[in-house]
Design a protein around this ligand. Structure first.
Ligand SMILES: C[S@@+](CC[C@H](N)C(=O)[O-])C[C@H]1O[C@@H](n2cnc3c(N)ncnc32)[C@H](O)[C@@H]1O
Length: 212
């Protein structure tokens, strides 16, 4: 692919359906780390992993949902997490994630529908850069809650504008009023891609799952 990395971001965002999104991530997979880290100064995996450390013990069994090429897994592994599984819709991204050697199981699945994991399979789930426009919708959170054990945490990053406008505010509040989870932490807004998209801000949200 001969395309500037800022165009690649727009290119995946312009996907018209899940199949196209998956194919575009498959194609981007080999260049993704270099493009995001060098050209965009992508800090979200590190910021999310640092927040995660404040809520989840190092022996936890963790699902990295929308793991991509494993940048989040790499950060968590550096911090001492050793029981990590990856899940993503893109086989190409998962192949790169596998090569990082930080995950046990890698699963190709699509958020937005039912996930092929038993209820209460994980101590915690982390989801970075995935709950966004044209990617995984707000109701994907329901499944992350289902597969996380009571007392465990679900951590995710979210743009404040998407929280307001794309159904996340309502979904997050509904899960709270239904007694499924309670808010443990929401970060200040920060630039997730300070070099490439300095005007785009994100927050880290952490919820604690309640007994079912
Ligand atoms: C911007 S990347 C983030 C990857 C990784 N979490 C990171 O921070 O580098 C978005 C990832 O989400 C995956 N993705 C998008 N929509 C998805 C969905 N509905 N279900 C599962 N994975 C999805 C893409 O394949 C891609 O790997």
């Amino acid at each position: 692919m001969n395309m500037e990395s800022d165009n690649k971001v727009q290119w995946v965002y312009a996907s018209e359906n899940n199949q196209e999104l998956e194919e575009r991530y498959d194609e981007w997979a080999k260049d993704y780390d270099e493009d995001l880290e060098s050209d965009f100064g992508y800090v979200m995996p590190r910021a999310a992993a640092k927040a995660f450390e404040g809520f989840v013990s190092k022996d936890a069994k963790v699902l990295d949902a929308g793991a991509g090429t494993g940048l989040v897994g790499r950060e968590l592994h550096r911090l001492g997490y050793a029981n990590l599984d990856a899940m993503d819709m893109s086989g190409g991204m998962l192949e790169v994630a596998r090569s990082k050697g930080v995950y046990g199981e890698l699963h190709q699945m699509t958020m937005g529908g039912p996930l092929g994991f038993d209820t209460n399979s994980y101590d915690a789930a982390i989801c970075v850069g995935v709950l966004t426009l044209g990617h995984a919708p707000a109701h994907s959170l329901d499944e992350l809650v289902r597969i996380t054990k009571p007392g465990g945490c679900v951590l995710f990053t979210l743009r404040p504008d998407i929280y307001e406008r794309n159904g996340f505010r309502e979904r997050q509040r509904m899960l709270e009023s239904d007694g499924k989870w309670e808010l443990a932490h929401v970060s200040e807004e920060f630039q997730g891609l300070p070099k490439g998209e300095p005007d785009v801000y994100f927050q880290v949200w952490v919820y604690k799952v309640k007994p079912n």
